[in-house]
Structure formats: C-alpha cells, structure tokens
Ligand binder design. Structure first.
Ligand code: GLN
Length: 190
C-alpha cells in the first residue's frame, strides 16, 4: 500500500510521518499522474485558498473529484476538509466538493483561533484524542450519507462519508496515530 499526500502547500511531511509510524509508505503528490498506483490520498491542512488555486492550476480539482466519486479513499484535515466539502462559506474557489457537509472557514473566531481539546471518538476507543485546532473551519451542516465520528460542544469535528474521512483539526500534529490507522483500515476493508 502506498498513500499519496497532496503536497502543494501545508502540513505534508507530518502526514507522511504519521503513516510511517504505522509502517506505511506515503509520498507527496503534485501532479495528477502521480496518483497512479496509489491506494489513497490525503488532503492536508494549510490555506484552502492557496491549495485550491494550485489544485486548479495543476488540474487536480477534477482528478480528485473523479477519484472520490469512484470510491477512492480520501482523508482531509482542516483545509483538506474545506476542499472536500460540498458547500463552503468564505471561499470563492472551485473545490473538490464531494463531501456532503457545509462548512464556514475560520469560524471559531479570533480569541480561540487555535486551541486544543480532548475529543471522545467512539471508533477510536475509550482514550480521548487530543484535537489540535488551528484556524479551523466549523461544520455547520451535515447531509445525507455522512456519519459524525466526533463532536466538540455539539459541533461535528470529524466525519465520514463512505471512504472519505475528514476532520476540522490536525491529527497529524500529534503522536497519536489512531486517526491515520482508522483511515488505513478504511482503505483495507473498504
Ligand atoms: N484557515 C485555513 C483555511 O481556511 C485552514 C487552517 C488549517 O488548515 N489549519 O484554509
């Protein structure tokens, strides 16, 4: 198994390290042709405006959309979640738009621009997962086919739609690799 991490901008090496800790090879992806032979793709955190512009320039918006529609496993974190969402408030660019959620960028407000919180994630077991939120988007609505894996103060912060996994925080910035393991299990089990 080899997993691609979209490497146009953002927290790329951290995801590669998280998969390495699971003994799984991950490699940066910058061009549509580099997706060939991969088992899954990660859309990392960063600046969704920048990433979406570069994705458009590199013809990756359509390619990732096509893959997602075929059931290809995709994991989006923070800006990556924004790029996957069907509806985005605060971003004019064309995005992949396959995940049936509505999000608002930078919606946690200035004072709590960045924060950490212990999250209860049933599918990961009883030990809380430390969520690192950095200018995170808020998931405002969840549509059909989307399972909420975790909430913070009632607001969904991790969701799954088939083989698409997305969270508004940054699991790759912790030593805890349970979200990456959960994604790998999704790839393996389908
Ligand atoms: N605020 C960023 C955006 O809107 C997301 C931040 C992140 O990925 N940590 O794209």
């Amino acid at each position: 198994m080899k997993i691609g991490v979209l490497a146009l901008q953002g927290a790329v090496s951290e995801h590669i390290k998280s998969f390495a800790a699971l003994g799984i090879e991950a490699a940066p992806v910058r061009l549509p042709s580099q997706v060939n032979g991969l088992s899954a793709l990660v859309l990392p955190g960063g600046e969704s405006t920048t990433i979406s512009r570069l994705m458009k320039d590199f013809a990756l918006v359509e390619e990732v959309r096509r893959l997602a529609q075929q059931g290809f496993p995709i994991f989006g974190t923070c800006a990556g979640l924004i790029l996957l969402a069907k509806k985005v408030v605060g971003l004019e660019m064309d995005t992949v738009g396959v995940l049936n959620i509505a999000v608002r960028r930078n919606a946690y407000g200035r004072q709590v621009d960045s924060f950490e919180a212990d999250l209860t994630v049933d599918v990961l077991g009883a030990t809380p997962f430390r969520g690192i939120f950095i200018r995170a988007p808020i998931i405002e609505a969840v549509g059909e086919g989307v399972k909420v894996l975790c909430r913070l103060d009632g607001v969904p912060v991790a969701v799954q739609q088939g083989r698409i996994l997305a969270c508004s925080f940054h699991p790759e910035l912790t030593e805890d690799i349970r979200f990456h393991k959960y994604f790998v299990d999704l790839i393996v089990k389908g």
